[in-house]
Design a protein around this ligand. Structure first.
Ligand code: ATP
Length: 243
């Protein structure tokens, strides 16, 4: 039992959830390692949403609302940590939700879909086809889902698939605490923030942005600026860590 007054309560609860979901086969063991990498980078931005990330979250909302066929791509870690957040965002922006896994088994797809369904998300189902130019199983997706999407939100993505989606002409929004990852550098927009902080903010922005604000955010979207601001913030914190 983690005491609620522990200074890193949220982080420890998330870690416990990832561990429990790994034991139940929802999160792959490799996903546990990926979570650890995220935790390390979260330390570097102070485990908080920076001003720059908040702007990226608003921009993500604007891009999702402007899309003709937005899709949220969900993996095991995302379902474990933020099934409610995915369902709320789906309601706010009307995106389809598709499960897409690197370590793909039918059993994991079913378990992850069940978690999302229980949280209130409507999950696309159907026969996945090898439609993305990738040699691993993340090539498998639904023709009426990710394949047809113009905007794809990919929390906790791997770089290869992000690049493949971009090569197909899609707008890719990544949520990734590591601004140096291939995903972060390849995406159209990277939100350098923790998943469970980012999703409610994107949802909130979907509900409050005016059409004029949305247009300005889409027009001004520059991923390099967001990545530079995240790195500047991390560098600033590192330089002053012992002050
Ligand atoms: P790439 O292939 O893009 O270079 P990678 O090999 O690190 O990146 P993965 O192993 O799939 O890709 O890791 C997913 C990424 O998700 C990591 O960069 C990690 O920092 C990030 N991450 C993990 N957990 C979270 C979280 N809860 N919120 C935001 N980002 C996270």
């Amino acid at each position: 039992m983690i005491p609620e007054d522990h200074p890193r309560y949220r982080s420890l609860v998330a870690r416990e959830r990832i561990a429990a979901c790994a034991r139940h086969g929802v999160v792959a063991l490799e996903g546990v390692a990926a979570h650890g990498r995220g935790e390390a980078f979260d330390y570097l931005i102070g485990e908080t949403t920076t001003e720059s990330a908040a702007r990226a979250e608003q921009t993500a909302a604007a891009l999702l609302l402007a899309a003709a066929h937005p899709v949220i791509s969900v993996n095991g870690n995302t379902a474990a940590l933020a099934a409610d957040g995915v369902a709320a965002l789906q309601r706010a922006c009307g995106a389809a939700v598709e499960v897409n896994l690197f370590h793909r088994t039918e059993s994991r797809i079913e378990k992850i879909s069940a978690i999302l369904g229980k949280a209130g998300a409507r999950v696309l189902d159907g026969e996945a086809e090898r439609l993305l130019p990738l040699s691993h199983d993340r090539a498998l997706c639904l023709r009426n889902g990710i394949y047809a999407a113009d905007v794809v939100l990919v929390p906790l993505e791997d770089g290869d698939r992000c690049a493949a989606l971009r090569d197909m002409g899609k707008t890719v929004i990544a949520i990734d605490l590591n601004p140096l990852s291939r995903t972060a550098r390849t995406a159209s927009l990277t939100i350098v923030d923790e998943l469970t902080r980012a999703l409610p903010r994107i949802t909130g922005a979907c509900e409050t942005l005016t059409p004029g604000e949305r247009e300005r955010l889409v027009f001004g979207c520059d991923n390099t600026v967001f990545l530079r601001e995240a790195l500047d913030e991390m560098t600033r914190r590192l330089c002053h860590a012992l002050d």
